[in-house]
Design a protein around this ligand. Sequence first.
Ligand code: CMP
Length: 140
Amino acid sequence: MTTQRTFSIIKPDATRRNLTGAINAMLEKGGLRIVAQKRLQLSRAQAEAFYGVHKERPFFNDLCQFMISGPIVAQVLEGENAVARNREIMGATNPANAAEGTIRKVHAESIEANSVHGSDSPENAAIEIAFFFSGIEIVG
Ligand code: CMP
């Protein structure tokens, strides 16, 4: 077990419904510490760059359009095995498949408007954190 960092986004469907605090409480209750956080309005180019790995997927355009439909909250989360832990707390990508008590089961509206994003590996966490934050903005 090692202390690790992961990257998280509270998505526009959740900020629209004023759920930032409710989601943060679930992250903290799940054992993660929010060591950096900022609320942003992404541009189309920024959304396309962030989700670049998905650019060949059929849902890419809709995903980018959704991600610029309102503010997001970008976060760095820290804790024991933070990447895997955050994925447990979030639940499955599709809320229909998410376990009881997970963020997506409780709050998500659909597979697209699924309230949160979380890095899928420590390598991608480092890339995603660096996309949004400089070192001086992360305070553990
Ligand atoms: P996220 O973890 O942010 O990574 C990519 C996102 O694409 C995913 O969450 C979903 O919100 C979104 N998405 C939209 N449609 C699909 C789909 N059919 N399969 C997987 N992801 C999808």
